[in-house]
Design a protein around this ligand. Structure first.
Ligand code: PNW
Length: 465
């Protein structure tokens, strides 16, 4: 009689769920908090699909303890959340006052997590730039000011929480921040144009580099933490067999991923980026690139889908690569979610993990991965909890992860489902639900969906004990 042992993730593999401050906290004007660019942007008519904003969201500013109880019930090892800059330094700048109430708020969350055995992963910036800095000097477009102000904010956080936080993420998705915020303009602060995005992205890289240097010089030796950045990437497959499509897939990865990952992990911008963007792409001085190169202890990855890539289109931020989910024969690559840009395709996740490990040689944390079920917002909670399509998505993606680690030897250290709760999905408002927990936005009642139980069981069964 023979038994085959199931492949398992290593004992210290961590997993949990992720959230972000503006998407869950609400209490936009409580205890000294001042507006961020998302408060202002979401209140401009027409910017948010359902006319909503984050004033209340999932009310997690008050219900944080209940949220932690959910995490505990799900048996997670870790929780990824973000700090709102506007609660810590409401006006944002290095000359502006620090808000004790904000420090206290996150301190009590951190202490509660740790007392329940949950390891915090803290994101410093998940898109909520203090509006005051945007008004004062143009926010991410003002290199000299924004870098210093961000580093100052980060230092306040390292000082206040570094004794109990061992996992820091500087920025969430610089591509989205710069492209959707400063080129397409569908995210705050809503800038449009073909130059600002390159400047914002460059300044984000520099702010990241300076922050990591500060952490390493002054904190890392005695706080023993790690620090890195989270990039967003979708795997790209050539649309067809043509050389043009093959080249497009590579160029698309350069623009989406290499634009940030190459400077950080290899020390330069991709050639294709320099060629296409030309002198609108700011150049690093030698000193600057020395600071950025090597400035991440790990590779934080947010990934949701795979696209088919072909040459063309007018999107410079994608390197003039067009993407689609429709194959040449008219069939779909995967199953459709509630978001037009997201279809299920687990093999693409496995390929992406392999690509990142081979290319950048850093341990990977999947800091977000998830699926909004089509039609879920239109059905009652009794039905929404049977989120079969989300379960199917997570089953495919966790299995791809398992194969990447146990068969391909990719060094993945952790996985976070997006998201703990249905929440404010940016320009889509509340209509698109990503949660493993259903939230009734009228009563704030939380109800676990089947996908939460699926992930609990998957990681219970597949991590070595
Ligand atoms: C991420 N796209 O954003 C963010 O980090 C989360 O805050 C967000 O809720 C989550 O993914 C789900 O959208 C993205 O259009 C926003 O490809 C848009 C895209 C990708 C990621």
């Amino acid at each position: 009689m023979s038994t085959t042992a199931i492949a398992k993730l290593p004992k210290d593999f961590t997993w949990g769920f992720a959230t972000a401050s503006y998407q869950i906290e609400g209490s936009f004007d409580k205890d000294g908090r001042e507006p961020s660019i998302w408060d202002v942007f979401s209140k401009i008519p027409g910017k948010i699909g359902d006319g909503s904003n984050g004033d209340v969201a999932t009310d997690s500013y008050h219900l944080w303890k209940e949220d932690i109880s959910l995490l505990e019930a799900y048996g997670v090892k870790s929780y990824r959340f973000s700090i709102a800059w506007t609660r810590i330094i409401p006006k944002g700048g290095r000359g502006d006052p620090v808000n004790e109430a904000g420090l206290k708020h996150y301190r009590k969350i951190l202490e509660e997590l740790i007392s329940r055995g949950i390891i915090p992963f803290v994101t410093l910036y998940h898109w909520d730039l203090p509006q005051a800095l945007h008004d004062r000097y143009g926010g991410w477009l003002n290199k000299a000011e924004i870098i210093q102000d961000f580093v100052n904010y980060a230092k306040v956080c390292f000082d206040a929480f570094g004794d109990i936080v061992e996992n820091w993420i500087t920025f969430n998705e610089p591509w989205i921040i710069s492209t959707l915020g400063y080129n397409v303009g569908v995210f705050a602060p809503g800038h449009k144009g073909n130059t600002d995005s390159w400047i914002a992205g460059h300044n984000l890289l520099l702010a990241h580099g300076h922050t990591v240097k500060l952490y390493r010089d002054e904190f890392q030796s005695w706080q023993k933490g790690t620090i890195g950045i989270t990039l967003d990437a979708h795997w790209l497959l050539p649309y067809d067999d043509t050389q043009a499509s093959k080249d497009a897939a590579i160029r698309g990865l350069d623009f989406k991923l290499g634009r940030f990952a190459d400077p950080i992990y290899r020390g330069y911008y991709p050639e294709s980026l320099k060629r296409i963007v030309g002198d609108r792409l700011p150049a690093f001085t030698e000193e600057e690139i020395a600071l950025v190169h090597g400035s991440s202890d790990f590779f934080g990855l947010n990934t949701y889908t795979t696209h088919l890539a072909m040459d063309g289109g007018n999107d410079e931020n994608m390197g003039f690569v067009k993407t689609t989910h429709t194959k040449p024969d008219g069939s779909q690559l995967g199953s459709q979610s509630a978001a037009p840009w997201l279809q299920t395709y687990p093999p693409g996740f496995r390929s992406l993990l392999n690509y990142l490990w081979k290319t950048y040689e850093k341990p990977i944390y999947v800091t977000e991965n998830g699926f909004p079920v089509k039609g879920e917002n239109d059905i009652p909670v009794e039905d929404a909890v049977h989120d079969t399509d989300r379960v199917e998505y997570f089953a495919g993606y966790t299995n791809a992860l398992l194969e990447a680690v146990t068969q391909d030897g990719v060094d993945v250290r952790g996985y976070f489902g997006w998201s703990l709760l249905d929440n404010f999905e940016w320009a889509d408002g509340y209509r698109i639900r990503f949660g493993v927990t259903h939230v009734d936005f009228k009563t704030q009642k939380r109800t676990p969906k089947e996908s939460a139980a699926f992930l609990t069981k998957f990681f219970k069964d597949h991590i070595e004990t």
